[in-house]
Design a protein around this ligand. Structure first.
Ligand code: LMR
Length: 396
């Protein structure tokens, strides 16, 4: 038969955890796997600003006709401003354009195909470690993948090793950087580190591709955009992938953008024509709903301010959970060992737990996290921090 030679591949290591967690009957289970925000009730709610925008759309939308290859122009405008800043010179001089994509993952796939088709022979450099899907997306597009060191086996950010490798990267290659809330480690570069990375990117003539999936979850909506705006202001060409999954809670509505910054408007038009052409072969035109919601929220001062407050609430809760877990680990003499949890930013913590310890946590304590030791801090139930700390103490 035609399909005889087809074998089975393992399920996705992150998404697979959702099913395993759901099937665990233990009422004391912890879901620290897939990167979704949870509130104090353990729910991933739809933000109120999103609900209000959706209601407006239901009442006012009068067609479901296709939106163009670059998506909704209103969305493109507001996402450009959210990422690059409303006072961005690039926007004012028409040197930056957003192409709407199905989620941040879609933006990454579009970037990968753009590199493969329009910049043939260029490799991409990923942090070690990185989000596992970065590896497979670029490989699927036929782009050669290499790595620069980021966090070592001692679970510390190693900026010197990172810079030393970037200094050896062949001219013209693409370097993928995490704007904030590094996935999976939670370790972010400080401003002086970013400045040094910028110097290397400039001197080696590398093309930066900045993945910006967690805007607002690190130090704040504006603060988290600092490195993106620095690179966009200082370099002639930058690619940025933006996601609305987390900060708008639009996970399943697949809302994101690939923002391209170029030296002049003519080049922007060239590149955007290629992106629309590539996107046509990938998903034709992007899904509308999530982007229409984002455009509605960011285009209305009241909704925008409500949304910004909601993002800040999520951010502060994550910060409190980090502090709370460290406090809960104190009685076990583990606060120092896990002090990095307080330094890391965003949803994720590279805990430093080994795959065997992660397995033990899952098998004996129903604590679910990625085998790399990545825990989604935003999934912790604050009322059961003691229980989580006790489970961790039992496996280390
Ligand atoms: C994660 O890393 O858990 C999230 O980005 C969700 C995903 O798609 O993997």
């Amino acid at each position: 038969m035609h399909f005889d030679a087809i074998g089975r591949v393992p399920g996705d290591p992150i998404l697979g955890l959702m099913g395993a967690y759901a099937n665990d009957p233990n009422p004391r289970k912890f879901d620290l796997g897939v990167g979704v925000y949870k509130d104090s009730q353990g729910l991933t709610p739809i933000p109120r600003s999103v609900k209000l925008a959706e209601q407006r759309l239901v009442d006012s939308q009068d067609t479901k006709i296709y939106i163009g290859g670059h998506g909704d122009a209103a969305f493109g405008k507001v996402i450009n401003e959210l990422v690059l800043g409303s006072d961005s010179k690039l926007i004012a001089t028409q040197r930056a354009g957003a192409t709407q994509t199905p989620g941040g993952t879609g933006a990454l796939r579009l970037s990968a195909d753009f590199i493969a088709h329009c910049l043939p022979g260029r490799g991409v450099w990923l942090s070690n470690p990185t989000w596992p899907i970065h590896e497979t997306i670029f490989a699927a597009a036929g782009v050669k993948v290499s790595h620069y060191p980021y966090v070592g086996s001692d679970n510390r950010l190693d900026v010197e090793a990172m810079l030393a490798t970037l200094n050896q990267v062949p001219e013209g290659d693409v370097v993928l950087l995490h704007a904030c809330c590094h996935n999976p480690t939670g370790f972010d570069l400080g401003h002086p580190d970013w400045q040094r990375v910028l110097d290397v990117v400039r001197s080696r003539k590398l093309l930066p591709l900045i993945d910006f999936a967690y805007q607002g979850f690190g130090d704040g909506l504006e603060q988290d955009a600092w490195a993106v705006r620095l690179f966009a202001a200082e370099l002639p060409e930058v690619l940025i992938t933006s996601s609305c999954s987390k900060n708008f809670g639009l996970y399943r509505d697949r809302t994101g953008a690939l923002i391209v910054c170029t030296q002049d408007t003519e080049k922007l038009l060239d590149v955007r024509s290629q992106l629309a052409h590539i996107a046509r072969n990938l998903w034709s035109t992007p899904p509308d709903h999530g982007a229409a919601v984002v455009a509605t929220i960011l285009g209305d001062p009241e909704l925008k301010s409500l949304w910004a407050d909601e993002v800040e609430t999520m951010r502060l809760r994550i910060a409190q959970l980090r502090a709370g877990l460290l406090e809960a680990l104190q009685p076990y003499g583990l606060a120092e060992r896990f002090a990095h949890i307080g330094v890391q930013r965003g949803m994720f913590s590279y805990t430093g737990l080994s795959p065997a310890q992660v397995q033990e946590l899952r098998d004996h304590h129903s604590v679910y996290m990625v085998s790399s030791g990545r825990a989604n801090v935003a999934g912790i139930d604050a009322s059961r921090l003691d229980l989580l700390a006790e489970a961790i103490a039992r496996v280390v």
